[in-house]
Design a protein around this ligand. Structure first.
Ligand code: R5P
Length: 299
């Protein structure tokens, strides 16, 4: 127990720097200033405060499509990429089974599920309890929202239930806009879907890049991260990421364009150059080729 301070000369030597106002800086992330400390702290584990952006590595595909190409052995193929990601997006099964608990980045856990690729994909329900999410120390929970699809209303309710549960515990909610079968992937549709998610309280929205993306991000009051989509040539994937951040995305949440690349470790670092350092796609591609040559040479 510390000794009590004596009154008199010692106590009066304290320096309260009364001329210096207390720090009162706004939180770095769009639309997030009014959140509580715990939620902000979790968001800061997903988004890098220096750039306000994230490179999130998505490998949750197995929750509805089983062992996707590139994800057959997460321990061998994905774990080596994790140090280069700001956050990882995955299922709780893979988190417990494959990711070392010493991992320090953001953890975004898939919280919806139900149908496999053999059924109607929008027929999802919530698939994790908030207790387990707390036990796993997750930064955010991710839920699929199918605007325009058969079970649209249920997936919107999945989102709002998850937001209520997450808010109680300071856990952020990532809404993933799935594209309904009959909906066009254009700025009008993506603008509709992302805005609905934000209006209903999502902390982050994940969506696809479309022409007119600057209007989509402007119309969404919380951070948008760009979804990767099917595998493209490296230069095209880097161009997508570049265009998305130029047009207001707070980073990317990419899966196949990283782990199905010829050199995933090089690709995730090249994406990082685009996202955090504003590299243009050609310069980032050079980074990719240089790293790939180094890695190939060492083998
Ligand atoms: C969407 O269903 C899931 O969140 C996927 O894991 C994610 O969108 C896929 O990432 P990518 O399309 O970049 O492979």
């Amino acid at each position: 127990m510390p000794e009590a301070e004596t009154t008199g000369s010692i106590a009066s030597s304290k320096d309260y720097q009364t001329q210096t106002p207390a720090h009162n800086e706004p939180f770095f992330l769009k639309g997030s200033n009014e959140l509580d400390w715990g939620m902000k702290n979790r968001l800061a584990s997903i988004f890098r405060p220096e750039s306000g952006r994230t490179v999130m590595l998505a490998f949750d595909h197995g929750y509805f499509q089983g062992p996707t190409t590139g994800l057959e052995r997460i321990d061998l193929n994905i774990v080596p990429l994790v140090p280069y990601a700001n956050a990882i997006m995955l299922t709780r099964g893979i988190l417990r089974a494959c990711i070392p608990p010493s991992y320090r980045g953001g953890v975004v856990v898939r919280a919806s599920g139900g149908p496999s690729i053999l059924r109607e994909l929008s027929d999802e329900e919530l698939a994790i309890s908030i207790d387990d999410a707390v036990r796993l120390n997750v930064s955010a929970l991710a839920v699929q929202v199918f605007i325009g699809a058969e079970f649209e209303t249920r997936t919107v309710h999945n989102l709002t239930k998850l937001i209520d549960l997450g808010n109680r515990h300071g856990i952020a909610t990532l809404a993933v806009t799935a594209v309904g079968k009959d909906m066009n992937r254009d700025a009008r549709y993506i603008g509709l879907a992302t805005r609905i998610c934000a209006e209903l309280g999502a902390s982050i929205v994940k969506t696809y890049y479309v022409p007119g993306f600057d209007k989509v991000t402007a119309g969404c009051p919380v951070p948008i991260v760009m979804a990767g989509g099917t595998k493209l040539p490296e230069i095209d994937a880097l161009t997508l990421a570049h265009n998305a951040v130029e047009e207001g995305a707070c980073g990317v949440d990419m899966g196949r364009n990283i782990f199905q690349s010829d050199c995933p470790v090089a690709m995730i670092q090249a994406v990082g150059k685009v996202v955090h350092e504003n590299y243009n796609p050609e310069d980032a591609l050079e980074v990719y080729h240089d790293l790939k040559a180094e890695i190939d040479g060492a083998e």
